[in-house]
Design a binder for this molecule. Structure first.
Ligand SMILES: [Zn+2]
Length: 69
């Protein structure tokens, strides 16, 4: 048996927003790109010819409720 000892000197580290913000923006841009490919990469808004991207993200389209077929 082990006894859990709580150390009262443990404090959470401060998380500076100035260092976090570039990563948050980068992550947001990646999410917007993913939303574009899942939701709008089809037909007139398609950047990549063919149905490869559409078929690759097809289950994601239905999961997120984008109109499909
Ligand atoms: Zn579909």
């Amino acid at each position: 048996m082990t006894d859990a000892v709580l150390d009262s000197t443990v404090m959470p580290l401060p998380l500076p927003v100035r260092e976090l913000m570039p990563w948050a923006i980068f992550g947001g841009l990646l999410m917007l790109l993913a939303i574009y490919f899942v939701g709008a990469e089809e037909g007139a808004t398609s950047l990549i010819p063919g149905m490869y991207v559409h078929e690759f993200v097809h289950d994601g389209r239905h999961l997120l409720g984008f109109p499909c077929h």
